[in-house]
Design a protein around this ligand. Structure first.
Ligand code: SF4
Length: 390
């Protein structure tokens, strides 16, 4: 069968993601690979990460034309001191040609930063900061296993702006245990009052191995029902868009010109090199992930090996299907010229056609995109496409 023809987006930018696997506490919903912060482990990690950066640069299989984003995520990168984050960024800049105007993001928690720390991060070259706020209500944060906010969110963002950041994201979560619609709306209103440039809204998903998964199995986790979760998503969408935010991806809203350049790399099938334990890399059809254990990761790089746990070379059809699934997350959809029906396997052609006849997908003004109904049923669309055997 001929490969499904989704052509590459025509610019050749790429990004670098760094997983900093430390947190000061473990949230009850979190399934990421994280360790509680310990100073010696953090020192070992930074040494190992700097070594991995050099190994990857020497290996030379990541040589994009332009690296336009670097993203330090986790974990909580600001569990490390700003001098350590600055050292990591410096090492990346030495090893790879980062564009002078690249977007350089650091994830942070409010309880791990102060105005001097934020100013040092700005000075080190970070251009964007992303806070995992999730909710504003103290009892809700407590249920998530997080500390309460020390100040209201507006003054926290004012402090961040005084330190020099204007590109500020807030992450919010809905569908939380015992969350009501008014409580969710309170989080959205507090967010809007604080004037971030970007807002991400995520529905809670219960992942295996988390404390929430355990309490769900015990029957003691009171989650809002599906219709209330949809109502929450709709309420946030209506409020954020009426406040001037552009809904550019299923979970993401931005002030014009403040879209996340790094995350756009994932949705538009650009290369991203992942560094650090558990980080995932996407280099064309070659995908790999690092060992999700900081000790084993450090041992691997100390002996000169890339710390890769799993890898795969996707077939052309598999890579194209992923491109389709990720691209459809964008409100603008996928440019139709990227999808050539010549040589397309009949089952994917038929699936797209069937989703169009169910009013879930539409081709309009040169783009294939989700309809309004498709946006609300995006998981159904993605699972139909994912289940295709190519
Ligand atoms: S702060 Fe973030 S990464 Fe750390 S445990 Fe909580 S959700 Fe996970």
């Amino acid at each position: 069968m001929s490969p499904l023809s989704l052509n590459k987006y025509d610019d050749h930018t790429a990004g670098i993601y760094v997983h900093i696997p430390f947190c000061r506490y473990r949230c009850h919903f979190c399934a990421f690979y994280v360790e509680l912060h310990r100073p010696q482990l953090a020192i070992n990690f930074i040494q190992a990460l700097c070594r991995e950066i050099d190994l990857q640069a020497d290996r030379g299989h990541f040589r994009p034309e332009r690296i336009t984003s670097v993203y330090l995520g986790g974990g909580t990168p600001t569990a490390l001191p700003p001098s350590a984050l600055s050292q990591i960024l410096h090492q990346i800049r030495k090893a790879f040609p980062i564009e002078p105007d690249a977007e350089i993001t650091v994830e942070a928690s409010f309880d791990s930063v102060s105005e001097p720390i934020l100013a040092q991060l700005k000075q080190a070259g970070f251009t964007r900061i992303s806070f995992g706020l999730e909710a504003v209500d103290a009892s809700q944060l407590h249920r998530l296993g997080r500390p309460s906010l020390t100040k209201d969110i507006t003054s926290l963002l004012d402090t961040t702006r005084r330190a020099g950041f204007t590109d500020i994201n807030l992450d919010l979560m809905y569908g939380l245990p015992a969350q009501s619609l008014p409580s969710w709306q309170e989080s959205v209103e507090a967010t809007l009052a604080a004037h971030p440039a970007h807002v991400s809204t995520y529905a809670l998903t219960i992942e295996e191995g988390t404390p929430f998964h355990q309490t769900l199995s015990d029957g003691t986790l009171a989650l809002p029902d599906e219709s209330l979760v949809l109502e929450m998503a709709d309420a946030a969408h209506a409020r954020l868009t009426s406040a001037g935010f552009v809904h550019y991806e299923l979970s993401n809203y931005a002030r014009p010109a403040h879209l996340s350049r790094h995350n756009m790399h994932y949705w538009t099938d650009h290369d991203v090199l992942g560094l650090g334990p558990s980080a995932h890399s996407h280099l064309g059809a070659y995908r790999f992930s690092n060992i999700p254990d900081v000790g084993l990761y450090a041992s691997a790089v100390a002996t000169g090996f890339l710390p890769i746990a799993e890898s795969a070379h996707l077939t052309a059809n598999e890579a194209a299907r992923d491109q389709l699934i990720f691209g459809l997350r964008l409100t603008g959809g996928i440019p139709s010229p990227l999808i050539s029906r010549d040589g397309m396997p009949p089952d994917i052609f038929e699936t797209i056609h069937s989703l169009e006849t169910q009013d879930l997908l539409i081709t309009q003004q040169g783009f294939l995109r989700l309809t309004e109904k498709g946006r609300r049923l995006a998981d159904t669309v993605a699972s139909k496409l994912s289940s295709l055997y190519l």
